[in-house]
Design a protein around this ligand. Structure first.
Ligand code: ZN
Length: 136
């Protein structure tokens, strides 16, 4: 049992699982916003043109009720969610490539140098190596 718990802890403490959990929570909260946007703002506007409450549109065919109004509402929800997620993924990709900017990497490397006596990485301004105490 403790082995199982340890495995679960290892799994849960991995960064990507935490990222995933945050993503799911934000996604859930965000879905509420999109639902409200569609149901409370977009549907009434479309309803203005259709001259009736859009999300409650029902078609009766052979005694079966087809709630196509709420289906179209769900469809609009999906399109908006997909579009926003596309925008988020696009901007994330842009941020990821910004982090890999070669100019940034060069300026980062310029803050250290390699000690000629012990070959360890030390500050570029050091006059004495902190690892082997040699004067530079
Ligand atoms: Zn050294």
């Amino acid at each position: 049992m403790s082995k199982f718990l340890n495995e679960f802890k290892e799994f849960a403490l991995r960064g990507n699982v935490l990222d995933l959990a945050v993503g799911v929570i934000i996604g859930g909260a965000f879905q509420g916003v999109v639902n409200s946007l569609v149901q409370d703002i977009i549907s009434p506007i479309i309803g203005l043109f259709a001259n009736k409450d859009f999300s409650n549109l029902v078609m009766t065919a052979g005694g079966v009720e087809l709630k196509y109004g709420s289906f179209i509402t769900a469809l609009i929800n999906f399109i908006i969610m997909a579009f926003v997620i596309f925008l988020i993924v696009k901007s994330m990709n842009k941020l990821a490539t910004l982090g890999k900017n070669p100019e940034v990497a060069v300026t980062e490397e310029c803050t250290t140098k390699v000690c000629p006596y012990c070959c360890s990485e030390i500050s570029i301004n050091a006059t004495r190596c902190p690892n082997c105490t040699s004067e530079l």
